[in-house]
Design a protein around this ligand. Structure first.
Ligand code: ADP
Length: 399
């Protein structure tokens, strides 16, 4: 297939995922992952190979490994697409990258200091290695541009909020949009026919209310720190707590940031375990702090789903995606059981099976009489990002 693949780059703070994606069907023609960057133990895999050591420096590592991934397929690639977490108010559609765009992205780095700078590095590096291709930025915030004012505004003095661009932006938009699209396809309707509450539960977690294809509310806020309990992020807190930590416990601003983003959430609650599988396993073996952590996770998730169902007033479906949402039947069971008065009647067997085959993208866990239907949807972020840029390919010019 000549000149049809999109090189999708997801450049995170400690990991880089690169996929060569066929945008028509999501097939991956090659993948590279570099993990644990900055830990002194960085490793990479190409096409699922066994892990091999790589330089701990992201730029150096990608410079060495990207040519190996592209290998003989360089001529098959028509563009690169980069996940950028924060597009602020300016970037509401996939954007062809230019020097000017990179400068604007850099100016938004204060809104996502852990996420935007590595993405910019990834774009520059890919543009250097593939100078003849168009390069696109795809934004996690873009899907949420439709959130109405009453849901995006914090109760702060208006002038101050305006000056510092303080508002709810919302994240995981690429995943929520892809997920509702998949559910609509599964039901053989248009996404604009549906009202859905979408739960992306992975390392980061968020709930989103989608009214006829448009995001109208989400649990993440100005940054991806607000909302649910996450792997290492605290989610919602009384805003007085960070102040108290600084005033009474002697924390610096940077230490508070580190605490809330990297040492809290499940990691903080369990006393050091952030991987959901490990927490479920430990809870099964009687670890009380892991069991409580799961209860806290589910309680916050239930509250958030409830408030987003209320925003929609009526919903056709609730959908789970992301590593936890797709794989933890236990979490889905906790939520389904507690939503019985909202019309959820789930099938234990269907829920425990989840998505039965690797080709299938969506499956239903509720039974035929359920008023609110519940689905599991397999996430494929690389395909979602690739699909985003297809309509813009003809308009492209090089960096
Ligand atoms: P990321 O946000 O890093 O892309 P993922 O969407 O891959 O994260 O989700 C990672 C989370 O999913 C981890 O906490 C992991 O433990 C959890 N997870 C993966 N498989 C399972 C499983 N079989 N059961 C429960 N949790 C799982």
């Amino acid at each position: 297939m000549k000149n049809s693949l999109i090189l999708v780059v997801n450049f995170g703070s400690t990991s880089i995922k690169v996929d060569l994606v066929e945008p028509n069907n999501g097939e991956s023609q090659g993948s590279l992952s570099i993990e644990r960057l900055g830990s002194g133990k960085a490793f990479f895999r190409i096409n699922g190979s066994t892990p091999s050591v790589t330089p701990d420096n992201a730029v150096l590592s990608l410079q060495q490994l990207l040519p190996a991934l592209l290998d003989s397929r360089r001529d098959s690639v028509c563009a690169s697409a980069h996940r950028v977490v924060h597009g602020g108010k300016q970037f509401t559609t996939p954007t062809l990258v230019s020097e000017r765009v990179l400068e604007q992205l850099d100016q938004l780095s204060h809104l996502a200091p852990l996420h935007n700078p590595p993405a910019i590095t990834g774009i520059r590096l890919t543009a250097d290695l593939l100078p003849d291709l168009p390069h696109f930025a795809v934004f996690d915030t873009a899907f949420h541009r439709t959130i109405p004012l009453e849901a995006s505004t914090y109760a702060l003095p208006r002038a101050l909020a305006k000056k510092h661009e303080i508002q709810r932006y919302g994240f995981h938009g690429i995943s929520h949009a892809f997920t509702i699209d998949q559910v609509a396809r599964h039901l053989n309707v248009r996404s604009t026919d549906l009202k859905i509450v979408s739960c992306h539960l992975g390392g980061g977690c968020s709930v989103c209310a989608v009214n006829r294809g448009k995001s109208v509310g989400t649990s993440m806020g100005m940054t991806p720190l607000e909302g649910l309990v996450m792997s290492t992020r605290c989610g919602d807190l009384d805003p007085a707590i960070p102040l108290l930590l600084q005033k009474e416990a002697g924390y610096s601003v940077d230490e508070v940031q580190e605490l809330l983003t990297k040492q809290s959430g499940l990691m903080g609650l369990t006393g050091g375990v952030s991987d959901f599988r490990d927490i479920e396993q430990a809870a099964l073996q009687g670890d009380e702090s892991c069991r409580q952590s799961l209860d806290i996770f589910c309680h916050r998730l239930l509250q958030s789903i409830g408030s987003h169902l209320a925003v929609l007033n009526h919903a056709d479906a609730l959908v789970f995606t992301g590593g936890i949402g797709e794989n933890s039947w236990w979490v889905r069971q906790q939520i389904c059981e507690r939503l019985s008065n909202f019309g959820v009647q789930y099938s234990r067997l269907r829920n425990e099976i989840g998505i039965p085959s690797s080709e299938q993208l969506v499956s239903e866990v509720t039974s035929a009489e359920s008023r609110l239907r519940v689905f599991v949807s397999r996430s494929n972020e690389a395909w979602a990002i690739a699909k985003n840029v297809v309509p813009y390919l003809n308009k492209s010019v090089k960096l």
